[in-house]
Design a protein around this ligand. Structure first.
Ligand code: GCV
Length: 724
């Protein structure tokens, strides 16, 4: 007979109380609470007294459905639509082509500015009456406009004098899922993959639709479904049918599907003896494959390719280069307007050159040689999504090639999904960096949006942090990173502060007593993580493989550049990687103005100090402390900042539900424990070289270095079983 032990019962009751039973967090930023302020509610209701919403294709229908769903919740009432537009309408939603002539003339300047995806949202006086108008040139613009309007209402914005002319600054706004066909997610910390390949194509999980809604609400228009460490099977007929089913769900939300293409697929699933891109049989195989895909998915986006990187096959296996490989696929895709997104994340264990220099060395000489439908996807920094990296020197160095930004939203090197880290601060820092490639003001944002070099196409990708966890992202605040990525892909010039503000209002509360402290907590959270993990330009000192926790002592891995000791180079004299002109000269890959600043430790921003310089332990920092003391104090500061985050969250209790409080509180406790782990382990290890005492402000470790070195995590999330 099945019976539960009393102790287990107590535990289960506790769990049942501690976790919400309802799908808290599932609605993301689309919860749409009713507006409580009577004056504002009346203003919003007046606006929607009589609505004309142009009828049309599936995207327009979706827009109308979203408007009804959102507004009826926000207003607590049903909306009144008219069949045809009339002079009593208070709100008009229509495309340029159907606007009556006088309105079209009134709005023509704005409408010509917003292109195919933008919209105009205006409160105007028309024929002596107030009229609220949402107009766009294409259906998708209306959908984006509806979501924006709902978002403004969620933020309780005054709409009475609004005049918003918005359009995306970047063409391709894309999520890259690193999802495997067995539903594990490489570097995924929010459960398993959303894509239930086994049940597709027949079974369409409600989640697919909700995922599409969330993406469209922030302007994401492209998703790559599969891991860049690709499996050729995804290109077989059985899987393509499943992909087609997903594409059908996403289409009404303006989202195109992309797939990762394994370069050796012609051999693995095509029976060919080679995958040489110059072999006509290989070229024909790709042409046929692409034609087949478009017969199933007419708006298929294209391929995302990781080639000749970390063991993935590529054109170099056949003595060819990236141009040969990318252009072969581009030729196959071009007749269908498909794109190739070719990744620049390459480095080789056989190349003794500083790893940070290798992608630039390989790709920059190829500038201008890629076909028009190729984008080169480049990580934000030259190593690998570290808590802080200087911007990748390729940005600004390939004016004749569209460089697509690749950010990581999943927190591989930022505490997985247990640490609260608001990533738009990181993204903003990178986008605002000045490449000086065309003089002062040549920011990374201008390279990425194509405005600096007049590129024909532009893109930004984010490695997804989404899984099948109830709240999608594991940590409730990790939703803000998905949201923030989308907002920055739409407009890379929005500030992180604005994004945090918007997200908090839409997700939690509009109460300023809640917003201000919690927003500050979010905005400081990234710096806290840098402080307790990788201060002063330290990088890649994570434990091996899973990257969970510190491992600065790791030095015996087969590939030199997989060892943390390669990156920090600590010795009895000092610490840091000399990438200046007296070292690897990675600084020489930047424009002269930038190189000059980085080359000199006195002008190099201290947050990048040990990225570019190997300095003695008693080197004096700008604040007067020695390098050793300053580093130790930074580690301590990071821990103290997490303590403050806990206090802030405790004070936020009156404004949120018990469940919302409890969930984040428990996660912050883990974050604090791990921040201390980082501080203790790193300082004990580096102390074996510095041989110096810790400053008195720094708490001493209760455990030995040997203890921290002995910790093993064979089942840390985010790694594939075969890596164990
Ligand atoms: C998908 C890092 C990660 C890998 C990832 C790789 C990449 O090395 O640790 O998991 O592989 O980057 O971006 O291709």
């Amino acid at each position: 007979m099945f019976c539960i032990k009393p102790t287990l019962l107590v535990f289960m009751v506790f769990i049942a109380c501690a976790y919400p039973q309802s799908p808290d967090g599932y609605n993301l930023w689309l919860g749409y609470d009713k507006v409580g302020k009577p004056k504002l509610l009346k203003e919003y209701k007046d606006l929607t007294n009589s609505i004309y919403f142009e009828d049309g294709g599936e995207v327009l229908k979706t827009a109308k459905k979203e408007m009804v769903t959102g507004m009826e919740k926000i207003l607590g009432t049903t909306l009144n639509f008219t069949e045809a537009s009339n002079t009593n309408n208070t709100f008009l939603i229509a495309k340029t082509a159907t606007l009556e002539t006088s309105l079209k003339e009134k709005m023509s300047d704005d409408l010509s500015e917003v292109g195919s995806e933008g919209f105009v949202l205006k409160s105007i006086t028309h024929k002596g009456k107030k009229l609220f108008v949402l107009a766009a040139n294409e259906d998708i613009g209306i959908l984006y406009g509806v979501f924006r309007l709902l978002n403004l209402m969620q933020q309780h914005k005054d709409l009475s004098t609004i005049s918003l002319v918005e359009y995306p600054k970047i063409d391709l706004r894309m999520l890259n899922h690193w999802d495997n066909l067995d539903r594990t997610v490489e570097r995924g910390y929010a459960g398993f993959s959303l894509w239930n390949w086994h049940k597709l194509p027949e079974y369409l999980d409600q989640r697919y639709l909700d995922y599409a809604r969330a993406n469209a609400s922030i302007g994401i228009n492209a998703v790559s479904l599969t891991n860049v460490n690709a499996n050729s099977l995804i290109l077989t007929p059985m899987y393509l049918e499943k992909v087609s089913a997903l594409a059908t769900v996403f289409r009404p939300y303006g989202i195109k599907v992309y797939l990762t293409a394994r370069f050796s697929a012609p051999m693995e699933i095509g029976g060919l003896e080679t995958a040489d891109p110059l072999d006509p049989k290989v070229q024909q195989w790709w042409n046929n494959k692409v034609n087949k895909i478009y017969s199933l998915i007419p708006d298929f986006g294209g391929f995302l390719v990781k080639a000749n990187s970390e063991g993935q096959p590529g054109p170099q296996n056949y003595g060819r280069n990236h141009v040969d490989g990318a252009n072969m696929m581009a030729r196959a895709l071009q007749p269908h307007n498909g794109l190739v997104i070719w990744r620049a994340f390459v480095y080789s264990e056989h190349d003794p050159e500083d790893r940070a220099k290798q992608a630039f060395s390989e790709f920059v000489p190829l500038d201008g040689l890629f076909r028009d439908n190729v984008l080169i996807q480049t990580k934000n920094g030259a190593i690998d999504f570290q808590p802080r990296e200087p911007f990748h020197p390729m940005f600004g160095a390939m004016p004749n090639t569209p460089l697509m930004m690749e950010f990581q939203i999943t927190q591989e090197y930022l505490g997985f999904s247990t640490h609260l880290v608001f990533l738009p601060k990181l993204y903003e820092e990178v986008l605002d960096s000045d490449t000086y490639s065309k003089g002062k003001g040549s920011t990374v944002a201008k390279v990425v949006d194509g405005s600096l070099d007049n590129n024909k196409i532009s893109g930004m990708a984010g490695v997804s942090n989404i899984g099948n966890d109830l709240n999608w992202t594991g940590h409730p605040f990790a939703q803000a990173n998905w949201y923030g990525f989308g907002r920055l892909a739409w407009d890379p010039y929005i500030s992180a502060g604005t994004i945090a503000d918007e997200w908090l209002r839409a997700t939690y509360s509009n109460n300023p007593d809640f917003i201000e402290p919690v927003k500050n907590m979010m905005l400081n959270s990234r710096e806290a993580v840098v402080n307790y993990m990788n201060p002063l330009g330290l990088h890649h000192i994570f434990d091996t493989g899973h990257h969970y926790g510190p491992g600065p002592w790791v030095h015996e891995l087969s590939r030199p550049e997989w060892n943390p000791t390669y990156y920090h180079k600590a010795d009895t004299k000092g610490i840091g990687f000399n990438r200046s002109n007296s070292g690897s000269n990675a600084t020489g890959q930047y424009a002269p103005e930038v190189a000059k600043t980085f080359n000199d430790p006195n002008t190099c921003p201290e947050e990048y100090l040990l990225w570019f310089h190997h300095l003695p332990w008693d080197y004096t920092l700008k604040n007067g402390y020695s390098l050793w003391d300053g580093m130790a104090l930074k580690y301590e500061e990071g821990v103290d900042q997490v303590e403050e985050m806990i206090e802030t969250w405790n004070n936020a209790q009156p404004y949120i539900t018990k469940e919302q409080y409890q969930e984040v509180h428990m996660l912050l406790k883990i974050q604090l424990k791990e921040a201390k782990w980082w501080r203790n382990a790193c300082l004990l290890y580096f102390q074996t070289y510095s041989q110096k005492a810790l400053p008195k402000e720094v708490e001493k470790s209760p455990k030995s270095l040997e203890y921290y070195q002995s910790l093993k995590f064979p089942f840390a999330p985010g790694i594939r079983p075969q890596w164990d």
